[in-house]
Design a binder for this molecule. Structure first.
Ligand SMILES: *Cc1c(COP(=O)(O)O)cnc(C)c1O
Length: 384
């Protein structure tokens, strides 16, 4: 019996509390969380610094609206822009809203309408971001889609070239497709996209909703590619579990979002901003990011050692602590069986096990998770 919409296919786990990498269910059983609430709790559950910042803000004010100056927004915007190619930030509450803002800004700034996105991409569930998402299953039943989105195969530069025309306002992509299967954009491909954008007066929008905030060992994943996007979108890990999104754009775009052009009642909520401020002060430190890189290398090494030669596994990939294990068979049944063993993992499509542990994960926790994955992969999938 439930009074909730059946929107989500939920696993048999009712959460009572969570701390660090551990989630506890209502019976007291503990789980190692290698999903971080879908890449959100990047500093683990209830990180002490973030909790303290939130508690402090709760005693001051919760909401006053964007009719007034909210100094903590300035601080978060400063942190976001000093660690990226952008110089102006618009705050909202989710990834879809950040992408929605990016699409609106791109149309307004260029006076053009067409946006090129990629097969298997994921950009959100609002009307524009659903249309931007290059996955048929996300569109089903909601047609007609908002027009002017064109989808091309990922890592296929010729397809991009052939799709560009005088109406192309922007190219929007995840440099590593998250929901699509933890698929890395090739270095050459990403660099050539930037060149095409520069040559054709097209805005480059990088969706960093999943890959940003230290997930891959850089503040934002595009920084592995040496490019300089016009617009970057962020959400998920930004406030470690409180709702916050951000659209970060280059200086020359800021005037197109003047007073009255775009807004969000909750955008830049002071409590969420207090959390984001504490998150970024930790995550954007070089030492912290280097540790993420090292842990990511260790995780992939251990996975390769234990399951790299398994006949069940076809690829182990990803950057930093965003890791995909591509399997030769459907892994849908494997996820609940791992949960039962005490390990929370994600999938990305039917063949990829996706690991997004907290960036604060310990080596022992990585060992334990790899062990559980290796033990459960050994069994023939039919017996699960
Ligand atoms: C999760 C996600 C979104 C959507 O974020 P919401 O906060 O659910 O709206 C958009 N883009 C990417 C890459 C994502 O992973």
């Amino acid at each position: 019996m439930t009074a909730l919409f059946p929107t989500y296919k939920r696993f048999e786990l009712s959460v009572s509390e969570a701390k660090g990498t551990i989630v506890k269910d209502t019976s007291g059983k503990e789980y190692l969380d290698f999903g971080s609430g879908i890449g959100v709790c990047n500093l683990g559950h209830r990180h002490p610094d973030v909790q303290k910042a939130v508690e402090t803000q709760l005693t001051k004010y919760w909401h006053v609206s964007n009719l007034y100056h909210v100094p903590i927004q300035e601080s978060v915007a400063e942190l976001l822009t000093t660690s990226s190619s952008g110089s102006s930030v618009f705050f909202c509450n989710s990834g879809a809203e950040a992408n929605e803002a990016a699409i609106k800004l791109a149309r307004k700034a260029t006076g053009k309408t067409k946006v090129i996105t990629f097969h298997q991409s994921f950009h959100g569930r609002t009307f524009a971001t659903m249309a931007a998402t290059g996955q048929e299953k996300v569109h089903t039943g909601f047609g007609p889609m908002l027009e002017s989105f064109v989808y091309v195969p990922f890592n296929d530069i010729e397809a991009v070239q052939n799709t560009i025309d005088g109406q192309t306002a922007a190219i929007m992509l995840e440099v590593i497709q998250g929901e699509g299967g933890v698929l890395d954009g090739k270095l050459e491909f990403i660099k050539e996209i930037e060149q095409l954008c520069l040559a054709n007066n097209i805005l480059l929008i990088i969706d960093e909703v999943q890959t940003g905030i230290g997930r891959t060992g850089k503040p934002f994943a595009y920084q592995h590619y040496g490019i300089s996007p016009d617009i970057i979108t962020s959400a998920k890990g930004l406030a470690n579990g409180l709702p916050a999104g951000a659209m970060i754009a280059k200086e020359h775009l800021s005037s197109f979002f003047g007073p009255g052009s775009h807004a969000s009642t909750f955008g830049g909520n002071p409590v969420a901003m207090a959390a984001a401020d504490a998150v970024l002060q930790i995550v954007f430190q070089m030492d912290f990011l280097n540790e993420v890189k090292e842990k990511g290398i260790y995780l992939k090494e251990q996975l390769n050692k234990r399951i790299g030669t398994s006949s069940f596994v076809s690829d182990i990939r990803g950057k930093g602590l965003m890791v995909g294990i591509e399997c030769k068979e459907d892994i849908t049944a494997l996820i609940p069986s791992l949960i039962e063993k005490g390990l929370l993992v994600l999938n990305a499509g039917p063949y990829v096990i996706r690991l997004l542990p907290p960036l604060t994960v310990s080596q022992q926790e990585i060992d334990k998770a790899v062990n559980l994955i290796a033990e459960n992969l050994k069994k023939p999938i039919t017996s699960i």
